[in-house]
Ligand binder design. Structure first.
Ligand code: WTA
Length: 658
């Protein structure tokens, strides 16, 4: 099989064979100099000036890295800048005011385009409105919006006036929103009346209203009218309508506030190993420089591109690679409100074709769904505008990689498998598509300047090819600076496990397992803590389990995510009930609705499996790994440590429907 440009894998190459970057790509790549790795190593940490140089600074920084208070590192200290200025004003000044900044595709087939000038105008008006509402520098503004352009507008308006935003995924429940608003002491909320979910109008405002009842502080709310006539747009006395507040400030401009490089740009709540979400703090200088740098070097974004990261802005991927990275580089970023299969399975490819997208970035869970639907969908569209493909969020197996490469990339686009996390701010492990060979299944070498190592339980580096804990042993500009909940939790969650403070040796632990082969390529094996990924969403098993325990009648619960077969990415809840409680449908429903209320429909268990006992070790710890094996129909791991091994066989029979 020969691809469009005669480049690629021959007919007999095995699945997962290594590939050189295609010469046509290399010629134009933003990063094509192989010396880059050594240059970063020899010149560390000053190498990071290259990232800072992608930004416009109001005041030049004095020092690249200050590490006296490690692991509370400080980057580009003394520097001052504004993120909204970097994403908007400077592109106008460069004569690109009529260039498209955002192309948005709505769920009902609508589309909207914002030029840089139009985005600038709306951001300024909304920034003026937020100020008028009382938002001051450093006040946390919560944004609870679906994938509509008002979300990036509100983010940039916050950035303009130096107010950190905290975006809460629109699919989260009222309880989840209230928890995050309380944790951040946030007194401002921007939300909307509702949005479409697979064609149906869905009320968001009532969730926001319920959340506000549970928020301790007074909250001022702005409501976007997304649905027009579909849903009554009720704006209460203490609330305001988005269009009305903008109109009241029509044509106004707001000077971008000069922020210290280390000032907080935003807060992003993410799931940790406890029920309480972690408020990850990202800064203005280091984060933005890193977002721009990795968009440039890894995603190869060029100002003239149309670039599409098909994530949700409610998660970190959307923050860094829909909003901040691409807009800092002055490119056209796409935003899509819908799901890839609504109204049909051609929708995504149609949008790709119609917008002549150059770079497409999505998650393995989406790619696996595409492979199930079949190659006829992408194949009946002209996708020849594509130059580069990316994936993020989970390990991608070589077969899905090959499918993506062949059926979406036409065999000619490099694929970057990018490993990173909310806490890293941007990609830290990936091939550079113009330099490195691709190795399907392995993310790639650590990026230049990144020191990724796999260690054993004692913190010692393991042999090449051996699995262990994935750590980062040098700081990088995009790293989280702390947790909003406190420095101590930050140390506990990421640093204490493998660091040696006596020796001033600081090691960041990612929570992932991985192996690094002889060639330096990192293969990520998945989380080793109690975090699961479902359809690209990061959730905490503890958070779901504690919601299940609230259902009443439940004695114990353990949840796992399926990773294989038809039920890929579904949550299975294994539940044992209190004595004398019947495993009736009523309790199953109570469990499901409890979880939906506490977190949202994304955390909904697809299966609730009742069992007299959960498999446990002799010390009483639930063996979640075995439940994963049962769920995925895999060979059972070692059961010798179990106190009740017979239960696993019973569960297995139940799952198989025997
Ligand atoms: C997983 C998303 C394998 C990993 C950017 C990590 C990946 C978690 C990859 C972070 C990848 C992300 N290969 N696993 N390319 N990318 N992960 O914070 O387990 O939502 O720890 O950030 O996703 O999820 P988060």
């Amino acid at each position: 099989m020969v691809d469009r440009n005669g480049w690629g894998r021959g007919r007999d190459d095995p699945i997962g064979a290594r590939r050189r970057p295609p010469p046509a790509f290399v010629e134009r790549a933003n990063a094509a100099d192989a010396e880059r790795y050594e240059a970063f190593e020899e010149n560390w940490p000053d190498c990071w000036e290259r990232a800072a140089a992608l930004l416009a600074w109001d005041r030049a920084y004095d020092t690249v890295l200050e590490d006296e208070d490690a692991p509370f590192y400080r980057w580009f200290t003394g520097g001052e800048l504004n993120a909204s200025y970097n994403c908007l004003d400077r592109h106008l000044e460069a004569g690109r005011k009529n260039h498209a900044a955002i192309r948005w595709g709505g769920k009902q087939g609508e589309s909207r385009t914002y030029t840089y000038r139009e985005l600038y105008v709306e951001v300024n008006e909304f920034a003026a409105a937020l100020r008028d509402l009382g938002v001051g520098e450093d006040d946390v503004v919560t944004l609870y919006l679906p994938m509509i352009p008002e979300l990036p507008v509100a983010m940039l308006a916050c950035a303009r006036i130096g107010a950190p935003h905290s975006v809460v995924f629109a699919g989260f429940s009222a309880d989840a929103l209230a928890t995050r608003m309380n944790a951040a002491d946030s007194e401002y909320l921007v939300t909307c009346d509702g949005y479409y979910r697979r064609g149906d109008a869905f009320n968001q405002k009532s969730k926001a209203d319920n959340a506000r009842l549970a928020v301790d502080q007074g909250v001022r709310t702005v409501v976007v009218d997304r649905l027009g006539k579909e849903l009554p747009h009720v704006v209460g006395d203490d609330e305001c309508d988005y269009d009305a507040v903008r109109d009241a400030h029509a044509g106004e401009t707001v000077d971008p506030v000069s922020r210290d490089a280390e000032d907080m740009l935003f807060l992003m709540y993410t799931s940790g190993t406890t029920g309480q979400p972690k408020g990850v703090v990202h800064t203005t200088g280091g984060y933005l420089a890193y977002a721009a740098w990795t968009s440039h070097a890894v995603l190869d974004v060029k100002p003239e591109d149309t670039y599409w990261c098909a994530a949700d802005i409610g998660w970190i991927t959307g923050h860094t690679y829909i909003v901040y990275g691409p807009l800092a580089l002055g490119t056209t970023t796409m935003m899509y409100e819908g799901t890839p299969d609504y109204p049909d399975r051609d929708r995504l490819w149609e949008l790709l074709e119609r917008n002549a997208v150059d770079v497409f970035y999505t998650a393995p869970t989406a790619i696996r769904a595409f492979t199930k639907w079949g190659s006829q969908y992408p194949e009946r569209h002209d996708l020849s505008s594509l130059r580069l493909l990316g994936t993020v969020g989970e390990p991608i197996n070589p077969r899905a990689w090959e499918w993506y490469h062949k059926h979406v990339g036409g065999g000619t686009c490099p694929v970057v498998d990018t490993w990173w996390q909310t806490e890293t701010g941007g990609v830290v492990v990936s091939t550079l598509p113009g330099i490195d060979d691709m190795k399907p299944g392995a993310a790639g070498p650590p990026l230049p300047g990144i020191d990724a190592r796999v260690v054993d339980a004692a913190g010692d580096e393991v042999e090449a090819g051996d699995a262990g804990y994935l750590t980062l042993q040098k700081p990088w500009p995009g790293m989280a600076r702390t947790l909003y909940d406190g420095d101590d939790r930050f140390l506990d969650e990421y640093w204490r496990r493998f660091s040696d403070p006596e020796d001033d040796r600081w090691v960041y632990f990612s929570g992932d397992a991985a192996r690094i082969d002889d060639d330096g390529y990192v293969t990520v094996l998945g989380r080793v803590d109690d975090v699961i990924t479902v359809s690209g969403h990061r959730l905490s098993t503890m958070e779901i389990e504690s919601a299940i325990l609230d259902a009443g009648g439940v004695a114990e619960a353990a949840v796992v995510a399926s990773t294989t077969g038809a039920g890929d990415g579904e949550i299975y809840a294994y539940v044992s009930l209190e004595r004398d409680v019947d495993p009736a449908d009523a309790i199953r429903e109570a469990i499901v609705s409890r979880v939906e209320r506490a977190i949202g429909p994304i955390a909904r268990p697809e299966e609730v499996v009742f069992t007299p006992e959960l498999p446990k070790t002799r010390s009483g710890k639930i063996m979640r790994r075995l439940l994963e094996d049962v769920t995925n129909g895999q060979e059972l791991g070692d059961t010798s440590a179990l106190r009740n091994p017979e239960i696993v066989g019973e569960l297995r029979a139940t799952i198989r429907g025997e």
